[in-house]
Design a protein around this ligand. Structure first.
Ligand code: KIV
Length: 271
């Protein structure tokens, strides 16, 4: 393909059409240029610049410490690498919860400074005024319900959410509220598969599941988990497609041996 050839970009409208046609949506996280390019060229529909960067890129225990500036830096790198997929950026903890003015200003910064196509926000009815204001400004929002990691200290654990009837009922009404406010998709994290199925059937916008069973309209995983870069995180919902930790360790050990044994570089690798 020539450098000038246009790649047809996946949009929020594409995702809605995919749901209508019963085509599943694939989504993965990415946080940097090189992996975003690989994942995009492999044909992913959506890249999420997740605030899980706080865990897998920065080594924090939770997603709470990552800042808006950090998220913007990661998103700018991903945007430079991914030409075809839709790019969604997580609004980090503290950038939208306090009031609508702050939420809108944060969302505008993400869109203006990164070139990404949409944002994601955790929560339902409690953030609905901010959701409405941001969408009125023309910024698409992917919602996120169920286990919302920015509220980990309220939940007290990463266990499955909405197993009880009252929490399940709130989740169902939040999903409809967010759809009516104009959200273009809803992430459902770590909830019972039957509940995710019911929510998916009740919405015309797509649901993207993580630990929410097979009946969601799409699936998302954290790239570091599915590639086996992190080996200590093995929840039941995670399918690991590669053991990169083992492969990279093997390559690095071989390199160390070659350097110490004097077999690298050879004459052919020298000038
Ligand atoms: O930050 C993230 O990676 C996410 C996904 C787990 C949905 O929000």
């Amino acid at each position: 393909m020539s450098a000038s050839a246009e790649v047809k970009r996946i949009t929020t409208a594409t995702l809605q059409k995919m749901k209508a046609k019963g085509q599943k949506i694939s989504m993965l996280t990415a946080y940097d240029f090189s992996f975003a390019r690989i994942i995009d060229e492999a044909g992913i529909d959506v890249i999420l610049v997740g605030d899980s960067a706080s865990n897998v890129m920065a080594g924090h225990e939770t997603t709470l410490p990552i800042t808006l500036d950090h998220m913007i830096y990661h998103a700018q790198s991903v945007v430079r690498g991914a030409k075809r997929c839709l790019i969604v950026v997580d609004m980090p903890f503290g950038s939208y919860q306090s009031n609508g003015d702050i939420a809108l200003a944060s969302a505008i910064r993400v869109m203006k400074e990164t070139g990404a196509h949409a944002i994601k926000m955790e929560g339902g009815e409690e953030i609905i005024d901010s959701v409405r204001r941001i969408i009125s400004a023309g910024i698409p929002i992917m919602a996120h319900l169920g286990l919302t990691p920015q509220s980990i200290y309220k939940f007290g654990s990463y266990n499955v959410r909405a197993k009880e009837e009252d929490e399940a009922a709130k989740l169902k009404s939040d999903a409809l509220l967010l759809q009516d406010a104009g959200c273009f998709a809803v992430v459902l994290e770590k909830i019972p598969a039957t509940l995710a199925q019911e929510v998916s059937a009740s919405l015309h916008v797509p649901t993207i599941g993580i630990g929410a069973g097979a009946h969601c309209d799409g699936q998302v995983l954290v790239m570091h988990d599915m590639l086996g870069i992190n080996t200590e995180f093995r929840p039941r919902f995670l399918r690991q497609y590669l053991n990169m930790h083992e492969q990279v360790t093997g390559a690095v050990k071989q390199y160390i041996d070659d350097v110490k044994g004097g077999t690298f570089p050879t004459e052919a690798e020298s000038y």
